[in-house]
Ligand binder design. Structure first.
Ligand code: DOR
Ligand code: ZN
Length: 348
């Protein structure tokens, strides 16, 4: 039995670190284990221009623990009125790594998102021309579509036409949550890649709703059935180049998370790499963890592989239930908090 594993230093291709006191509290958990992360732009107001992203990157760098070599990769929050020239400038200047689509009202802080893709065709054309990656929150917002079918409907209604209209546009369907999502990405590779969270690999909707309501498991896209989870596990552990690590760690203040109208998002960076290792071990695929965590994503983004390594060891510890955030009684609930975690990161 493998009890120690060293892999090339991984990257997180989908991460929310927020701003201010929350940023300061959560960033060290990612910077500890990951060399780079794609940072989501859904702040309020959003990170929508090159100037916004340059300023946000500065705040992120200032929040890093001393001596950290972590690199934040910035994204542009696509709006109906996004200027293609600004996007191109930001990409060429190394400020933006990608553009992120939030269909308006699809999820947390998406009110300023895109109301109609026709309005952003000029931006997509430009991105195709300059080979700039396009990241998608892949869910329709049509209230007539059941919440469990929104990824599937997005693929059928939006993504398939988009891949035909822009065959040279590199895309990532983020936080895959369904068998349909997994299958589509495979059929559309290498144009389309997909990130997979730790919690979509572990939980089912029965865990979320079946033994008392667990508000911390409310995420977008919602956690689905065992059939979906099993397809995701098979995909992630296959080593196939189209699937890669994206935690979607998304912390919220406790009171917003545990509320009569709670917000979606699960803060998992304190246990993310350890949870992926658990899943890969259970699937007999620890030899594929490096491809998923440290190789496939970098290749999709056409970025160099990281030089360093991380070492994981089979040695249990108990995850904290919450992380303190500076401010009166502020804290964020941790995914798997209070659970015994099987793997531990012992060196990086
Ligand atoms: O669960 C989610 N939380 N899904 C998203 O798409 C956004 C995220 C957040 O920002 O909290
Ligand atoms: Zn996200």
């Amino acid at each position: 039995m493998t009890s120690r594993l060293t892999i090339r230093k991984p990257d997180d291709w989908h991460l929310h670190v927020r701003d201010g006191a929350m940023l300061k509290a959560v960033l060290p958990f990612t910077a500890r284990n990951f060399a780079r992360a794609i940072l989501m732009p859904n702040l309020v107001p959003p990170v929508a221009t090159t100037a916004d992203a340059a300023a946000y990157r500065k705040r992120v760098l200032a929040a890093l623990p001393p001596g950290s070599t972590f690199t934040p990769l910035m994204t542009c929050y696509l709006r109906d009125d996004t200027d293609p020239d600004d996007v191109e400038r930001g990409f060429r200047d190394g400020v933006f790594t990608a553009v992120k689509l939030y269909p308006a009202h699809a999820t947390t802080n998406s009110a300023a998102g895109v109301t109609d893709l026709k309005k952003v065709c000029r931006v997509l054309e430009r991105m195709e021309k300059i080979d700039m990656p396009f990241l998608m929150h892949g869910e329709v917002t049509d209230p007539d579509v059941d919440i469990f079918d929104r990824e599937k409907a997005f693929i059928e209604r939006t993504l398939i036409p988009l891949t035909k209209m822009f065959p040279g546009l590199r895309m990532t369907l983020e936080h895959l949550s369904s068998k349909e999502g997994v299958d589509f990405v495979h059929s559309a590779k290498p144009q389309v890649g997909g990130t997979i969270t730790p919690y979509h690999l572990v939980q089912t909707r029965t865990d979320w709703l079946g033994a008392g309501l667990k508000p911390y498991m409310y995420v977008m896209p919602v956690i689905k059935t065992a059939r979906d989870r099993d397809a995701l596990r098979k995909a992630a552990t296959s080593g196939e180049s189209c699937y890669f690590l994206g935690t979607d760690s998304a912390p919220h203040p406790f009171a917003r998370k545990v509320n009569v109208n709670g917000v979606p998002g699960m803060f998992n960076s304190p246990v993310a790499l350890e949870t992926y290792a658990k899943v890969f071990e259970e699937e007999g695929a620890l030899d594929k963890l490096e491809a998923f965590a440290s190789v496939n994503g970098a290749k999709h983004y056409k970025l160099p592989l990281n030089a360093g390594t991380v070492t994981l060891e089979k040695s249990s510890w108990v995850a904290p239930e919450e992380v303190k955030v500076d401010g009166p009684d502020e804290r964020a609930i941790v995914y798997r908090g209070g659970e015994t975690i099987e793997w531990r990161v012992v060196g990086s």
